[in-house]
Design a protein around this ligand. Structure first.
Ligand SMILES: *Cc1c(COP(=O)(O)O)cnc(C)c1O
Length: 365
């Protein structure tokens, strides 16, 4: 194929898992978020490895993602964070546990369980503590209790999601979210027979808000090696490295142009290298026009002009390189977080964008 490879280092995953574990009390459970192909890597390989490490739960966004893990033999409980009524049957078939976030989803799921003679189906109740994306409000407590009783659902956890746990300036807002969630979970628990788990923290919640660890935490980006803060990044190891190849080298004289729409015009004679990945592989057009860069033989080469679908062109005027040489887009040293930030986005977006055409290689080195 193109020679572009995403190398997934499972030893780094182990390191990050252990680091995040070390940040939480031994009694606190850890849910590994493996949605979106484990943040653009390889959901099955990542989940299998985390299962051997003893992870307590997996989290996915949609039911199909959970079904794929079950089909690959994953046995650990799986929480589906954003289930949709049109495929509730997958939850049943694959023993996936829905995060119930609205009256509509609650009543349709309760009816679904009754229609299918399901008793004690495990569910998780999602509270909107301030993100205003998904979740119940305080006023919904009576209907939650009512439907749970009617359909005999088993509430395994109460959870919520922080809006800005990585942002120090938003500490007062986050503290407010934690307070609101405690009130909601306390009120529900006081009217329940069983004792559900309680969870609110994502990676930055784990690192910045120990008071919000409760009985479980949900970590995604941290497992993949990013802590949304240079001070935490030091202790984490990026799991994925993206490398590619120089396919051709051109000399462009002063005044010559490069790429579609003549996106780059040479002011002096330059040397450009064409690399075998483009926006179809996840290097979106925002990385063009020198916002993004790659590394060739240890030196930084900015992306020139417009990113193409299957290729980018980079400036190698000052770099000693040849056709066929390896190109580093990101790795442990030249991080995806730094590249994303340079182009005005975040590590989450860059790593989850890596397309299916890029070959995945698993290593333990
Ligand atoms: C994606 C997601 C997470 C993981 O967040 P990270 O910042 O990657 O740790 C946790 N909880 C919910 C509800 C999510 O959607």
């Amino acid at each position: 194929m193109s020679g572009t490879v995403l190398t997934i280092n499972l030893n780094n995953l182990t390191h990050n898992y252990e680091y995040l574990r070390s940040k939480i009390n031994a009694k606190v459970k850890l849910l590994a978020v493996v949605k979106a192909v484990a943040y653009g890597s390889d959901a099955v390989q990542i989940a299998r490895h985390l299962e051997t490490l003893g992870v307590d739960y997996f989290g996915v966004a949609y039911a199909e993602e959970g079904a794929a893990l079950r089909q690959s033999g994953i046995k650990t409980p799986i929480l589906v964070l954003h289930p949709q009524p049109h495929n509730f049957k997958l939850l049943l078939k694959y023993k996936l546990e829905p995060g119930i976030y609205s009256k509509r989803v609650l009543t349709t799921f309760a009816q679904f369980c009754m229609d299918n003679q399901q008793e004690n189906f495990p569910v998780h109740i999602k509270y909107n503590s301030g993100l205003n994306r998904l979740g119940f409000s305080d006023a919904d407590i009576p209907i939650i209790l009512d439907q749970v009783e009617e359909a005999n659902l088993s509430i395994k956890s109460l959870f919520s999601h922080l809006a800005a746990s990585e942002d120090k300036n938003e500490r007062p807002f986050t503290m407010q979210q934690i307070k609101r969630f405690k009130q909601f979970s306390g009120a529900l628990q006081s009217q329940m027979m069983n004792d559900p788990m309680v969870h609110q923290s994502n990676t930055s919640g784990i690192l910045n808000y120990p008071e919000a660890h409760f009985s479980m935490v949900r970590t995604g980006i941290g497992l993949y090696g990013f802590g949304n803060d240079a001070k935490y990044d030091q202790n984490l190891k990026p799991v994925a490295s993206l490398t590619s190849v120089i396919s051709q080298i051109h000399e462009i004289p002063a005044g010559g142009s490069l790429g579609y729409n003549r996106g780059f015009i040479a002011e002096t004679t330059i040397k450009s290298a064409t690399i075998t990945l483009g926006h179809a592989d996840g290097i979106t057009r925002i990385y063009g026009h020198k916002k993004g860069f790659v590394f060739i033989n240890g030196q930084k080469a900015p992306i020139l002009g417009n990113v193409c679908m299957d290729m980018i062109m980079v400036d190698v005027t000052a770099i000693n390189c040849n056709e066929g040489d390896t190109v580093i887009i990101f790795d442990s040293e030249h991080t995806a977080a730094a590249l994303a930030e340079a182009a005005g986005t975040i590590s989450y977006e860059l790593i989850t964008d890596i397309g299916p055409r890029v070959k995945r290689i698993i290593t333990k080195k």
